[in-house]
Design a protein around this ligand. Structure first.
Ligand code: FHN
Length: 492
């Protein structure tokens, strides 16, 4: 084990420069195309079969922009939080993936679009929406037990239905359903009690309920023949004002799929948010510049990405509840992804899709709680932690395998990751060698121990930048164990 790990680390060091150079070239070239596509990749994915070439996970920022993102006081809490709960909840939880007896392929919250359900039919779901089991305290408590520091919930998704009391449109949960309660109000109180930052998703461009909103071509014809500015004026902007004024301080507004959005249109939202809540973050999918960037859905970059960014991700394969999607990612995979993302400099926004009764499916609850237990022990290596100073641990470009564009495929390695804080390196181990060898550690290691057993110092030696840490026979953590290295001097 030791030899193979040492060998693979050495090989990786040798290849690191070449890999990085190639990756930057690939990513930057792809990023230009991605930008031109207006960050609509995921909705395109939702509409297109697999034929189009793979896109890079994220738009790269210029060094100046990345620096600006990192120094933005508004995003300080976000840069430290690292892990948030995404909740997609709306009328689509009623059909739960099935329309008129047919299972509709794709993500659950897109059912109206995928099955081309006319507005007049879809809106009848509102009269059936009565999530009597919804309990804001339980949801916020779950986020807390899971170790998540912020909660981002759909206030209005593309179906156009507001999950909050709105004066702008009667098509909202208080006025149009037998439930009559405002779940976002209840969540505001429950999150505030626990110090969880409340954030609202708002679909600013797609609104399949409105004749002039983007996206509904089956009822209202092509988007380019719509009066999109009127839709913005009559619904999206005034509803954005409502969510910015009715729920106290928000952590952020999470806009999405900026179809038809121009810089000028986006600026109206930005101006409103800055005026009403100067501390509220704007994510990267408004259509103009946000406070940080989102990756594509479920897309984790291959290497460290400078700046501030977030990976929105599903826990199964859908965002909105689908009764027959039981393919849950196990806790070990979620922990690995969380560590992987943090070691590359990002945040992880992990989604659950509650049912029409207001219940978060039990398997997702169990998974989140298990990851939360891991974070109780190892959280200091995640919250407020920075990316790795190494990079060889991520894997390498294949010598033989090529993707559809003829570019070498990145072969991910999963043995270990590193996160950092000033004076500390956290080595996350996902396999368990007898001793862990790390080349290229220039600063002096003064102490080593496992976060599972902080009182027991681990033996180590360090010669010419090569560090060897002796490990106990058995891994203490079921989902991954973390060795903390205290170092003096500059990392690594
Ligand atoms: O179309 C939406 C989708 O339904 C979901 O909300 C995701 C979450 O990131 N965003 C869009 C696709 O990227």
């Amino acid at each position: 084990m030791r030899n193979s790990m040492t060998r693979s680390v050495r090989q990786c060091v040798a290849l690191r420069a070449a890999v990085t150079a190639l990756l930057i070239a690939v990513t930057v070239a792809g990023a230009i195309r991605y930008k031109a596509a207006g960050q609509q990749q995921s909705s395109q994915q939702a509409n297109q079969p697999a034929a189009s070439p793979p896109r890079p996970a994220i738009t790269m920022a210029s060094p100046e922009d990345a620096e600006r993102e990192m120094n933005n006081p508004r995003s300080k809490w976000f840069r430290e939080a690292k892990y948030g709960l995404f909740i997609h909840w709306g009328l689509y939880a009623i059909p739960a993936g099935t329309w008129k007896g047919q299972q509709i392929p794709g993500i659950g919250e897109w059912i109206m679009n995928r099955a081309k359900v006319p507005v007049k039919e879809y809106e009848q779901l509102a009269a059936l929406f009565n999530p009597v089991k919804f309990n804001a305290e339980e949801w916020a408590q779950l986020a807390q037990d899971a170790g998540m520091k912020y909660l981002t919930i759909t206030s209005k998704h593309h179906d156009g239905f507001a999950m909050f009391k709105s004066q702008v449109s009667k098509y909202n949960i208080v006025d149009a359903t037998p439930f009559k309660r405002d779940p976002l109000k209840e969540l505001q109180a429950a999150c505030a009690k626990r110090g969880i930052k409340l954030c609202f998703y708002y679909s600013q461009a797609q609104d399949w309920h409105e004749p002039n909103g983007a996206g509904n071509t089956w009822d209202f014809g092509p988007d380019d023949q719509k009066n999109f500015d009127q839709y913005l004026r009559d619904k999206a902007l005034p509803q954005t004002r409502e969510i910015l004024t009715q729920y106290g301080p928000l952590g952020m507004i999470w806009f999405d799929t900026p179809r038809l959005m121009t810089d000028q249109r986006a600026q109206q939202f930005t101006d409103m948010a800055r005026e009403l809540q100067p501390n509220c973050l704007i994510n990267g999918r408004l259509g103009g510049k946000g406070d940080y960037r989102s990756t594509g859905d479920n897309r984790i970059p291959d290497q460290v990405v400078p700046g501030v960014w977030e990976v929105p991700a599903t826990i199964n394969h859908t965002w909105g509840y689908k009764s027959y999607d039981h393919d849950w990612k196990p806790p070990a995979e979620i922990v690995f992804k969380l560590v992987d993302i943090v070691s590359k400099g990002g945040n992880y926004l992990l989604n659950v899709g509650p049912t029409a009764e207001g219940v978060i499916p039990q398997p997702s609850v169990d998974i989140l709680r298990k990851v939360g237990q891991w974070l109780k022990v190892n959280g200091e290596a995640i919250y407020g932690a920075g990316p790795t100073p190494f990079g060889q641990e991520f894997g390498r470009l294949s010598d033989t395998k090529k993707d559809q564009r003829g570019q070498p495929v990145f072969e991910q390695a999963k043995e270990w990751r590193v996160t950092t804080k000033p004076g500390r390196l956290y080595v996350h181990l996902f396999t368990w060698p007898k001793e862990f060898t790390l080349d290229g550690v220039k600063s002096k290691v003064t102490k080593a121990y496992l976060l599972d057993d902080p009182k027991k110092a681990l033996k180590f030696s360090q010669t010419d930048g090569k560090l060897v840490v002796q490990l106990p026979d058995k891994a203490p953590g079921e989902l991954g164990s973390v060795v903390r290295l205290d170092v003096s001097g500059v990392n690594p």
